[in-house]
Design a protein around this ligand. Structure first.
Ligand SMILES: O=C(O)CCC(=O)C(=O)O
Ligand SMILES: [Fe+2]
Length: 246
């Protein structure tokens, strides 16, 4: 007789794990700070499995060497459709919890675009406008690499929140390489935020702008994200962007 193995977190469907997070708190954090962390969204095994896809070109539509474009140093690859199962499940599950925040941000900023409840419906809108190439990406950094501050805009249609998942363990797999957000406020100096992440943690953050409640009403701030220099080792990230690309 074989002993039954206790249920491993990795046997729980990713969409179920998304549900288990405290979305009221994540929503509050996003509204207050423009970013929120989802602890242990992926298990260490899942992180290793996804990072191990990097050399397997059959999963990807293109490879970008950041130094060639002035994006920093390091490289990344965009997945092709169909996405690996785990990513294909996570993307709509995360979107379903984020579209409400996105709609309230647009309302507060006086933007009349609204996002449908289902990711498939939003993707249809992107695809009909010619944005049909998948945007989930896998990034790989070595010692000395970094990712310059940027915004992931790929056409007219933009979902205003994206998610990045750290696949490597800080201190063990790499040092340095902090996830950084900057927020540019109108007629004021910029604010920086460093987001501490452990392996498997996800950060949800504003893609390009968000509303901030000031004393004299709501104003719009402009955000960028990047990664500080990797001091040693190797760092992998999974990027989940909800709009597709031209
Ligand atoms: O490597 C990171 O943490 C940032 C990745 C990134 O720029 C993205 O997911 O859009
Ligand atoms: Fe990015």
């Amino acid at each position: 007789m074989t002993a039954r193995k206790p249920e491993q977190p990795s046997s729980i469907a990713p969409a179920t794990r998304v549900e288990a997070h405290d979305w009221a708190q994540i929503t509050d954090e996003l509204n207050a700070q423009g970013c929120a962390v989802l602890k242990a969204l992926l298990t260490p095994d899942e992180c290793c499995d996804i990072a191990a896809l990097y050399p397997e070109d059959a999963h990807f539509r293109s490879r970008i060497v950041m130094g060639r474009h002035g994006f920093g140093r390091g490289e990344y690859k965009y997945f092709s459709y169909p996405l690996p199962d785990l990513i294909a499940q996570l993307r709509p599950a995360l979107y379903a919890h984020l579209h409400g925040v996105a709609n309230r941000w647009n309302e507060a900023m006086g933007i009349d675009i609204r996002y449908p409840a289902a990711h498939a419906a939003f993707l249809k809108r992107c695809h009909q406008a010619g944005q049909s190439r998948p945007t989930p990406l896998l990034l790989q950094y070595e010692a000395g690499d970094y990712n310059c501050l940027h915004q992931d805009l790929y056409g007219e249609h933009v979902f205003p929140i994206q998610v990045a998942i750290l696949l490597s363990e800080p201190g063990r797999d790499f040092t340095g390489g902090e996830f950084v957000l900057t927020e540019q406020r109108p007629r004021m100096q910029s604010r920086a935020e460093v987001v501490p992440l452990a392996q498997g943690d996800a950060v949800a953050f504003a893609v390009h702008h968000r509303p901030v409640q000031g004393t004299r009403g709501t104003y719009r701030v402009n955000l960028r994200h990047g990664v500080s220099r990797i001091r040693s080792g190797q760092r992998h990230t999974l990027g989940v962007i909800f709009h597709d690309a031209k």
